[in-house]
Design a protein around this ligand. Structure first.
Ligand code: KG4
Length: 351
């Protein structure tokens, strides 16, 4: 098939998302149901609640996406794609069993995929391989060389918490309220909070710099950062009732996280240079990549030091979404990759 449409289903975490993308890089339809209101009171995602909400909403979200462009699932959809991981096992299982049943009954190919290719859908031109990918979300903290659709070299990953976890835990420590009616959870709220703060007043160590064994490796570490912030609060007996103090702490956390990302990306660029891999871009994706301060700093790094463009999907398509899954389905189907109807969820899938 030269032209085809893919229906993508994404239920890995808290949002139920479906999109239809065609092989000419057009997003035909998107439908999403947020669960934000269900989880905010608890300050984090409650797996059972998320699972039940997917179960309730998914059929309607699928129908809604199809009806937006009056598409018929039998005639107009050629491939079903779904997130296999990473994510919450129970949540992944709901999307996966829906996708498998649709694919099996309709006799359509099934593709179980996660991200890393979204920027090739959203950027004005198709980005040629290879490029350096930084995947930063609640489930990932990965530095990869993306050589092709199914070909990645993992240069580094987190040794402990993901960067998204570090944002979420720090947001909770600093009692930062979630943004009303917007996605992005605690991380986006921390970003907003940090805008009015300054990182000039406090010093916290940049992860791994002082460790002679680890400082030259491309892996990352984020668990110590939250602890450093907590220690700082205790040591200086900072008053968390004071909003200015909390804003400064948020800015300090964020600035330190960015410095750590830059340290490791510099090592990754050097590694590619030594291996004579001619990169075409730095691509960042994942929920945390919608952070504007991170984008601005990494854009400066890529442009000024390495003469590469920084490419990132629009924030809406950085977080879990149906279009990225549908697009991964397009890319994989085109090179002949298909999955069996018996595939399982993969909660710890790395890419
Ligand atoms: O990719 P994603 O939607 O799903 C998971 O991998 O779970 O990423 C969610 C993570 C959460 O930790 C959330 O707090 C964080 O991304 N996040 C952000 C921002 N928007 C979402 N972190 C920092 N700044 C943001 N603007």
């Amino acid at each position: 098939t030269s032209h085809f449409n893919v229906l993508g289903i994404e239920t890995s975490c808290d949002d139920t998302a479906v999109a239809i993308v065609n092989s000419s890089r057009q997003i035909l339809a998107e439908s999403i149901r947020f669960q934000h209101n269900l989880h905010e009171p608890a300050g984090g995602i409650i797996p059972n609640v998320a699972m039940m909400s997917h179960q309730r909403n998914l059929p309607e979200v699928v129908c809604d996406a199809l009806s937006k462009e009056s598409l018929d699932i039998v005639k107009d959809i050629d491939v079903i794609a779904v997130t296999r991981g990473p994510g919450l096992p129970g949540c992944l299982a709901i999307g996966l069993s829906a996708a498998k049943t649709l694919a099996a009954v309709l006799r359509k190919p099934l593709i179980g995929e996660a991200h890393a290719l979204t920027a090739r859908l959203t950027h004005t031109e198709l980005i040629p391989f290879p490029y350096l990918t930084l995947l930063i979300s609640g489930g990932h903290t990965l530095i990869l060389v993306t050589h092709g659709v199914n070909k990645h070299t993992q240069l580094g990953t987190t040794l402990d918490d993901s960067i998204g976890d570090a944002y979420d835990k720090t947001a909770r420590l600093l009692k930062i309220p979630w943004l009303k009616g917007q996605g992005g959870g605690p991380g986006a709220a921390l970003e907003q909070f940090a805008l009015d703060g300054t990182s000039d007043n406090y010093r916290v160590p940049i992860p791994m710099r002082k460790d002679p064994r680890r400082k030259n490796e491309m892996n990352l570490s984020f668990s110590g950062l939250k602890t450093s912030i907590r220690d700082l609060i205790e040591r200086e007996q900072l008053d968390l009732e004071d909003e200015k103090v909390r804003k400064n702490l948020a800015a300090t956390f964020q600035q330190t996280a960015i410095r750590h990302l830059i340290d490791k990306l510099e090592l990754a660029f050097d590694w590619c240079r030594v291996k004579e891999i001619r990169l075409n871009a730095l691509v960042i994706s994942g929920g945390v990549a919608s952070n504007k301060s991170i984008r601005a700093s990494l854009e400066k790094l890529a442009n000024d030091q390495f003469e590469l463009p920084l490419i990132c999907p629009p924030p809406r398509l950085c977080t879990d979404n149906g279009a990225m899954i549908a697009w991964a389905g397009v890319e994989r189907f085109r090179v002949g990759l298909k999955d069996d109807y018996t595939i399982d969820h993969a909660p710890k899938w790395s890419i």
